[in-house]
Design a protein. Structure first.
Lengths: 372, 289
């Protein structure tokens, strides 16, 4: 779950990471009022979840409260990439002498958190050469202790006893505390602005691990899925809308992707990616089918190789849906694996023959979709 | 021969009294896996399908020599279960559980390293040394002994490909599911090295998917392998930037793309299949030559 910048900055403030003064607003009047209270030049920052807001025109400067009002009027309601701007963070304008970069994220290779630091922060961080970026995996059993933070600061070229050096050590340690205690996948400050003898986090990017939300009750919830995606999520299914006309359900991300690949190979266009996961029961599977039907595809292909998923559960789900409603489109089912015989017997009673091989089932689904 | 587990491996099931635990314990037993015990706090002294249940892993270890443990416990409890197995000295820990918080996974791996254990998963279907020992989920009939080593990130896609191999009479030495999460205990390289050293494995099948850089790292090692590798990468038609279920299957910053992985693997000398069902054909050709 990605957090908006203003949420990230609220967390930074809680963890003693300095942020500019400011407030999030939703109307131009509020923008004017906040600018008035700040009492100087300010910046209006669109609160959307995509990066590169500056380059896309989502950040506007204002010297007076009047300009802040006008800027907000211009930005609010505008589209920025895939998002509509409906919130702005109005902040004091800070004079930046130098931009640093700090991030902590998860490194699959070393199976540890990794700290990334550079003295060349800012919008073009992705173009900074490798040798100017410090990458330091963190042993979770030790944690990011002060000695390691000091060594990072030394390597960044700041004297440890200088005001900036001391502040950097604190910020790095505090970032790790935040990363750890909020189950973050990413905590990024870009840029971390050098303003005289002070450092200020001019931006905040935080992503929280979705799987850990159950123990992060204090955090706000940010939703960026479509309605259908949200409905599937509540059923415990992974669902992504695509723009084709053949609905797909499979069990497991890998085989679902393999199904899409095979569908594309036979000239079909998938309407969605639906990974029904492992061990999904009858009820959730039936609801998943309903979800696919609600989107009016030309055909549905179900590709199940049961391991933890039981073929009889899938078959029962299909039979339940079929008994309760009309299914106006052809459904092709490939069903093998755990409890295969029971599953096929149930399907046979429901008047459907299961396929043995996925390529045969998928090819058939493409034919049926094209002929309808 | 096989890798990691064989016909002598004695297995403990953590969470044996749960629905999944019970069902798959019976399936594993039916395959011939030596399951010597299970744990379920508070249910010590009972049995599941004739298998003794203990309160704790330590208690199970006092009564049996245990080589491997398999964890079925729910996500919020999985870290505790894994640490319990490691602390008790078990050297192979298979974690089936999905949806484990990533910070818990990193901690499990750090302790795994400290205790010198092999961790398979989380979010894996497990591991099968065909005809000898099956730890966990894969459906029994599709795994027959032979000379192909299989390593994969994704479970059902592995059944698909192994099922196709078996249908053509091509058996396997060991089939390893590394797990679908971003943090897993084994890398492709770890497993490829074991297959390279295993005298019975003649060909290795690598089943990857878009996202991350595990396949690119594997390609580096494939360059120096003596055994042929056949690979399939799922996700060719996945739209970029969309999450496809697995936390790992995210395309970002141009890394982890289908094209990049295919290029890295092909240049390293692996044969790359376009579709899942082409894998057995390529394996057959490779075994002949």
């Amino acid at each position: 779950m990605k957090l908006y910048e203003y949420m990230g900055k609220e967390l930074f403030a809680q963890f003693q990471i300095p942020v500019p003064q400011g407030k999030v607003i939703t109307t131009a009047q509020e923008a004017e009022q906040v600018a008035l209270n700040l009492g100087g030049p300010c910046v209006l920052k669109s609160q959307v979840l995509s990066g590169k807001r500056g380059k896309a025109g989502g950040i506007v400067f204002a010297d007076t409260p009047q300009e802040a009002k006008e800027g907000a009027e211009k930005l609010l309601g505008q589209r920025l990439g895939d998002y509509t701007i409906d919130m702005l963070l109005v902040e004091e304008k800070i004079s930046i002498e130098k931009e640093l970069y700090l991030a902590i994220t998860i490194d699959s290779g070393s199976r540890q958190p990794i700290l990334i630091a550079s003295t060349q922060g800012g919008m073009d961080i992705e173009e900074v050469p490798e040798e100017d970026i410090i990458k330091e995996p963190i042993d979770v059993l030790i944690g990011l202790k002060s000695f390691l933070a000091k060594d990072i600061v030394r390597r960044m070229g700041f004297p440890l006893l200088s005001p900036i050096g001391k502040e950097l050590v604190n910020i790095i340690s505090n970032m790790y505390n935040l990363f750890l205690s909020k189950d973050a996948e990413l905590v990024e400050i870009n840029p971390l602005a050098v303003c005289g003898k002070k450092l200020v986090a001019a931006d905040a990017k935080i992503t929280i691990d979705d799987e850990a939300l159950f123990r992060q009750q204090d955090l706000p919830r940010v939703e960026e899925n479509t309605e259908a995606e949200q409905a599937a999520r509540e059923l415990g299914l992974a669902f992504v809308e695509l723009d084709g006309d053949i609905a797909v359900m499979a069990n497991g991300a890998g085989i679902t992707m393999g199904t899409l690949d095979t569908l594309a190979y036979y000239g079909g266009k998938p309407a969605n990616f639906l990974d029904a996961g492992g061990g999904t029961g009858v009820e959730a599977t039936a609801k998943a089918l309903e979800l696919l039907l609600s989107r009016n595809p030309k055909a549905i292909v179900i590709n199940i190789f049961g391991g933890i998923t039981r073929c009889d559960d899938v078959a029962r789900a299909f039979a339940t849906v079929k008994a309760n409603r009309e299914i106006p489109v052809p459904v092709v089912i490939r069903l093998v694996g755990t409890n295969q015989e029971e599953g096929r017997a149930i399907l046979q009673e429901a008047g459907i023959e299961a396929y043995d091989f996925m390529q045969d089932a998928i090819k058939k689904a493409v034919e049926l979709a094209h002929s309808s | 021969m096989a890798i990691i587990i064989d016909d002598k491996t004695q297995v403990l099931v953590q969470g044996i009294t749960g629905k999944q635990g019970q069902f798959h314990t019976m399936q594993m037993k039916a395959y011939g896996t030596k399951i010597v015990g299970g744990t379920s706090p508070g249910k010590g002294g009972t049995t599941v399908d004739g298998i003794p249940v203990y309160d704790t892993v330590r208690e199970a270890c006092e009564n049996h020599k245990i080589d491997a443990s398999v964890i079925f416990t729910p996500a919020f409890f999985a870290k505790e279960a894994a640490l319990e197995a490691l602390e008790a000295g078990i050297k192979v820990v298979v974690i089936i559980t999905e949806h484990i918080p990533v910070h818990d996974e990193m901690e499990i791996m750090a302790y795994g390293k400290r205790y010198g254990a092999t961790i398979i998963g989380p979010n894996t279907f497990g591991i099968v040394s065909s005809g000898q020992c099956k730890i966990v989920i894969p459906p029994n009939p599709y795994f027959i002994p032979g000379s192909v080593g299989v390593v994969a990130r994704s479970g059902t896609l592995t059944y698909e490909i192994v099922g196709n191999l078996t249908a053509q009479g091509i058996g396997q030495t060991t089939v390893v599911g590394m797990g679908g999460d971003r943090i897993v205990g084994l890398s492709f390289v770890d497993v490829l090295k074991l297959f390279e050293e295993d005298p019975e494995t003649k060909v290795v099948v690598l089943i990857g998917e878009i996202g991350g850089d595990a396949e690119e790292r594997a390609a580096e090692y494939i360059k120096i392998m003596t055994k042929p590798v056949v690979a399939y990468i799922a996700g060719k038609s996945a739209p970029p930037g969309k999450r496809m279920g697995h936390a790992g299957a995210i395309i970002e910053r141009g890394k982890g793309t289908f094209e990049g992985k295919v290029k890295a693997l092909s240049e390293a000398g692996a044969k790359v299949a376009e579709l899942p069902f082409e894998v057995p054909v390529m394996v057959k050709e490779t075994l002949k030559s």
